[in-house]
Write a protein that binds this ligand. Sequence first.
Ligand code: NAD
Length: 734
Amino acid sequence: MDLTHFRFEIDSDGIALATWDMPGRSMNVITPEVMAELDRIVDAVAGDAAVKGCVITSGKDTFSGGADLTMLQGLGAEYARLARARGQEEAMRFFFEESRRLTLLYRRVETCGKPFAAAVHGTCLGGAFELALACHFRILSDDDRTRVGLPEIKVGLFPGAGGTQRVARLMQTGDALQMLFKGEQIRPLMARNMGLVHAVAKRDDIVAQAKDWIRNGGSAVAPWDQPKFKAPSGKVYSPAGMMTWPPANAIYRRETHDNYPAAKAILQSVYEGLQLPMDLALKVESRYFANILRSPQAAAMIRSLFVSMGELNKGARRPEGVGPTAIRRVGVVGAGFMGAGIAYVTAQAGMEVVLVDQSAEAAEKGKAYAHKLVSDQIMKGRAKTADRDALLARITTTAEYGELAGCDLVIEAVFEDPKVKAEVIAKVEAAIGPEAIFASNTSTLPITGLARSSGRPDQFIGIHFFSPVEKMLLVEIIMGRETGERALATALDYVRAIKKTPIVVNDARGFFANRCVGAYILEGHLMLAEGVPAAMIENAGRQAGMPVGPLSLNDEVGVDLGLKILKATKAQLGEGAVNPVQEHLLTTLVEKEGRLGRKNRKGFYDYPAEKGPKRLWPGLAALAGARLDPEAIDFAELKQRFLVAQAAEAARVYGEGVVTDPREADVGSILGFGFAPFTGGVLSYIDGMGARRFVELCRALEAKHGARFAPPQSLVAMAESGGRFYGKAEKQAA
Ligand code: NAD
């Protein structure tokens, strides 16, 4: 057979082996060409009486990440074109047929009459795992890197090539729904325990064992196509079903606040599909899938969380003229909360780390944090003792700046005090070579100002981490006025090495993320002062799509830190730069009540000494204005205020040229502070409703709640000209 993306061979026992190995790509991906070849493979296996069955495996170091989502974006664009040219109905018919091609292909694999087995090593996700699920036998390598899963929900989609139906027929409904809602990557043994795969074996044995399964008479009929098949949870309309479905609905609401149509479509597909034979069930799934694929939420999430994030991770902002930088040895100065985390992620990425603090003990304490983090990983089965030893061996602790000699990059994370930072900059620069890059992790001090203490401001840059460093995926790279291209390239290469996503921003107070999230917290504070009950504020924040309420968030970062930043802002920019209501609230909380946040177990919440849930501090009511009648409060407006306040601030930051690329604002807002992911991010939120409507909304909120909602001039101009943050072509794709 003349194939490009697969190798196809038949052994002397008549067992075929289809090895998926796309030329010129490091990873296999499902494309129309791959689908066409797989179709021919099924023909060849089914149509040749001498072929007993077929094993599908990968010729690469990993299996496949699934469908090419840009292919799905292309379908959306074609739908929009057809709808304009030939009307909605025809466009929808085309869209439905096209979007279920993969479903039908996989169903052919499953029903062609010959047994198919998937032998999987490495990651096998999304559409690729749906292919494995359509095979009659699945075997995984026991390798550390092997993972299976259906992560579609993370980009606003759901597994629409049979995934919802097959998973729901392999395990208890509750477990299946959890798996589909979470979209997690699952390790081999767990996958076997869950009933998702049949066997786990050494990498070198998986193909042979898959062939053995065929040789020994493996069945070509999927369990659900057997006449007496019973779903693991029994019938939907049964006492067991009644134990499952009402809570499933409640959990869906609790987890999504009804913001994610894809999650609802999972519930609907499974609920309806389980009552039907497989072919009809797949049709139901396809109908929901076609609708979800056309949803604005999926379009926005695919663009930001798949396309844009991928581009940023691959170095979209890297200056072209600078060759690859070699970062082998990294200095981290300041082994406190942030420095310890930075040392850990750097060592984990295989780089050598020199961790400096004022005393060797303080530096050692920072290393102990890395010890703790990697030990936690071992406890969870995600790392081995040998990994811990190797990682810790890469971290040298010291109080001697001289040890920084030979570092390619030094990151400082000392106290947020310009004087301390200036001293540190001088000491570091005296120790490092002329080529090394210096980075500051400051969260509030302008990089241009700090670079004045440097003898080589072109090699001086900001690398701003978020806490906790080991968990947060975003890093802001801040360009000082004189920062040069090599410093930028080095910072981007470093962030890529530690597997985080970078956004590049220009130097300004608060940079990007903290300014937007500051608007969220401010709105929560002002609502409290207006007399909105605190619980309602927190719920409105979460229901708007934020991961935590604004008051909880403030407790996490520290109420005192908020006050400190207000004071510093006021000292530099004057009275008008801070909101007096917020200042009064924070001053009272911190200076009168001693409530600093979670750190002293007293903030907007009370935190019990022992384990137990936090509770809103009853004293909040006394700090607020007259308590408003909850029934009279417009809850939808509260939610809207949260999103509009942040988006307006983002538009302001963008208008000021601090962020220069909408992709960075959007990806940064979701990864940095969890801005309602279903919107696609702060600027996609504006584009989603159109600048004109957004400006109107801002004006209405400004009239009611004050000048902070005033739309920035750049946005007003955009609204007047009918412009958008993303180009017109993308609107059609969406
Ligand atoms: P921290 O107080 O936990 O740690 C600071 C460390 O620096 C301490 O261990 C201290 O001993 C050490 N240090 C002070 N002076 C030093 C010197 N001259 N030489 C060597 N070490 C010295 O503070 P942190 O929260 O880790 O913050 C550090 C920096 O990171 C600050 O600039 C802060 O603005 C920034 N930052 C903090 C966060 C956060 O959430 N905490 C987030 C992003 C950025």
